[in-house]
Design a protein around this ligand. Structure first.
Ligand code: ADP
Ligand code: MG
Length: 318
């Protein structure tokens, strides 16, 4: 334990919380989180709680009120496109601001990045990813694929054991976030109680409501300097009602993909129309740009493009 009784401060010693909050800039990160992510109130609340806890923990340590460092491994459950990866990236930034991790980057991995194909292949693979994530956050997407109940000699078990060691012994410099569908994650934890006991925070990401998806679309459009008008707003609402009733609807990811396709149709419309256009027209989304979607004829609008990406990525280290 780091703080010895001689360093223990007197009972009436003071710390300035305002100064620490200002210096850590955590309000910026929390503010961005509020402004740039629609809804997710329970998620935002939990992040605030964790941030406050870490800040207070720092003071407690300074004053000699020491305890084991808090465990920060997390589990994010929710369907595709509910914001899990995005929030993980913000979490990494926040933990960095609070001095909990050295670098604050996010490494995204899936089973294929951790588990090898033959004997002796898994340990070096898993360790390589863990090393890459040191000083930041390791986000394991669809973590339950690490465990195959039907095959007890599956190499996934080896990856889980190494992961457990790092989660326990290196937790002052690495935060692991396991992510995936809620039901699958629940049964994964039932088969892996050791993992479950090391995950301190279980955060559920609910599906977005129609109103939230519309707000997300407005926000995404605004961020890219596009704007709906009254007709296109109404068309987009209809589009979303049809789209969310279809299979493979992926919450905010479907909205992002829909906007990408809307931009393509708007561009074609403007080019075909030709002539001189004013700035406002370059930004404006017209209802036709939306109504051309196959969703209005009962078809799928690029459903495949809405499925989660599988490739390993390293994000946030910029
Ligand atoms: N609450 C939100 N507000 C605005 N954009 C969001 C929100 N949630 C997700 N997004 C956007 O939707 C897309 C998919 O989100 P992502 O974090 O990849 O979801 P998941 O990891 O749960 O599949 C990203 O482009 C992200 O920025
Ligand atoms: Mg994701």
């Amino acid at each position: 334990m780091e703080c010895l009784s001689e360093t223990r401060a007197a009972q009436d010693e003071v710390v300035d919380i305002d100064v620490a909050v200002r210096e850590s800039n955590i309000q910026d990160v929390l503010g961005e989180l509020d402004a740039e992510l629609i809804g997710l109130l329970p998620v935002k609340l939990r992040i605030r709680q964790i941030a406050s806890l870490l800040l207070v923990e720092k003071f407690r340590k300074q004053m000699g009120l020491c305890a084991d460092p808090p465990s920060l491994h997390m589990c994010f459950t929710g369907r595709p496109g509910t914001g899990k990866t995005t929030v993980a990236m913000r979490m990494a930034k926040l933990l960095h601001r609070l001095g909990y991790v050295r670098r604050g980057h996010l490494v995204v991995a899936t089973r294929d990045d951790l588990v090898g194909q033959y004997v002796g292949h898994t340990a070096p693979k898993t360790k390589e990813i863990l090393q890459k994530a040191m000083g930041g956050v390791l986000f394991i997407d669809e973590a339950y694929y690490l465990y195959r109940a039907e095959n007890e000699r599956d190499y996934g078990q080896e990856a889980i054991e190494i992961l457990l060691q790092f989660m326990e012994n290196r937790r002052d410099d690495l935060v692991v976030i396991l992510a995936g569908y809620k039901e699958r994650m629940d049964s994964f934890f039932l088969s892996n109680p050791g993992l479950h006991s090391r995950v301190a925070h279980h955060i559920d990401f609910p599906d977005y409501s129609l109103e939230e998806l519309i707000e997300i679309a407005e926000l995404m459009a605004r961020q890219q300097m596009y704007a709906f008008d009254e007709d296109s707003r109404a068309a987009f609402r209809e589009y979303l009602q049809l789209r969310t009733a279809q299979p493979h609807s992926a919450n905010a990811r479907s909205v992002r993909n829909a906007i990408d396709r809307i931009k393509l149709r708007q561009a074609v419309r403007l080019v075909e129309q030709g002539g001189r256009v004013v700035k406002q027209e370059l930004a404006r989304i017209d209802a036709v740009d939306i109504r051309q979607s196959r969703v209005f004829q009962g078809g799928l609008d690029g459903a495949a493009a809405d499925s989660p990406a599988k490739a390993p990525q390293c994000q946030g280290d910029r």
